[in-house]
Design a protein. Structure first.
Length: 303
């Protein structure tokens, strides 16, 4: 099971009724955070989730509304007695930007490891997450992220018996161990069927719609995508500032065949976004407005 919480839905600046966009997930005791704008730690506290268990922070880009809450969040993580390393993933320059922000948070009880993205698409595996980063189209280098929880195939008793694998090794092989048995090397693929459908969440903000987003979001159980502007007369502004409209996000969701779309990263000038959803649902019926603190539990689906 993957727990997902959209901590905030605002773009550019926090408002009294709308925190800045950030996403947090929990899986198997490990928390992952995407973006960390001003007020993110307040949103985490309101949700009641743990700072101690944040193992990965991914950054889409380095505009202030996506990273300015980092120093305070790091200090809070330190106060939670965290000591194990924290992995940060983001565009080139990540270490320099983070170290500059850490002037006001210089002493932490845990080390920070950096993975700077240098290709248009990269995949990192950590703590059960398969993190696929992909370049999007903003006015600075910016990435979207697909988070996948992969699921191994079922244990196949017939295959194990045909391969004459002793039963005492079955549970160990099912857990992925490699076992030396005399002159044979036993591996999990000898006893498991084909991989089963896992869980996939794609998060994308600050971009124009692109084919790469469609490809990388394909088949997602949840697609969290920016809808900076709702009004039709804002389409030219969206193109100028490299953002998306509600309708453009909905068309992406439909083309990618996702199960559900949450709109986020709303312009400070946008109010009553629900008034525009009827037209959005004509494009993609399973679209809805993201709201601060909105959560979902995604579970594996047997096919």
């Amino acid at each position: 099971m993957l727990d997902v919480c959209l901590l905030g839905t605002g773009g550019m600046m926090p408002l009294p009724y709308r925190k800045l966009t950030a996403l947090m997930t929990r899986f198997n005791g490990s928390n992952l955070l995407i973006d960390c704008g001003e007020g993110t730690q307040v949103a985490i506290r309101e949700k009641g989730w743990s700072f101690h268990d944040i193992d990965v922070i991914c950054f889409t880009h380095f505009h202030a509304d996506h990273i300015s809450g980092l120093p305070g969040t790091l200090l809070t993580m330190g106060n939670a007695e965290r000591t194990r390393p924290l992995l940060m993933i983001g565009p080139k320059g990540l270490e320099r930007v983070v170290n500059a922000l850490r002037v006001i948070a210089p002493e932490l009880p845990f080390p920070i490891e950096f993975h700077e993205l240098s290709h248009r698409e990269e995949t990192i595996r950590v703590n059960g997450y398969r993190i696929h980063a992909f370049r999007v189209q903003h006015n600075v280098t910016c990435y979207g992220y697909s988070l996948e929880i992969e699921r191994q195939g079922r244990f196949d008793v017939d295959r194990a018996r045909e391969a004459e694998i002793p039963q005492k090794y079955w549970s160990r092989l099912q857990k992925g161990e490699v076992i030396e048995d005399g002159d044979r090397t036993l591996t999990a693929d000898m006893v498991l069927g084909p991989p089963r459908r896992g869980i996939k969440v794609t998060y994308c903000t600050d971009t124009r719609p692109t084919q790469r987003i469609e490809d990388c979001a394909r088949g997602s159980d949840l697609f969290v995508c920016e809808g900076m502007y709702a009004e039709k007369d804002k389409e030219a502004k969206a193109r100028q500032y490299k953002h998306m409209t509600f309708a453009e996000a909905a068309r992406l969701a439909a083309a990618a065949g996702v199960s559900e779309l949450w709109l986020t990263h709303f312009s400070p000038s946008l109010s009553h976004g629900e008034n525009y959803m009827r037209d959005v649902k004509k494009i993609f019926p399973r679209a809805s407005l993201g709201t601060d603190g909105r959560s979902v539990e995604l579970d594996f689906i047997d096919e």
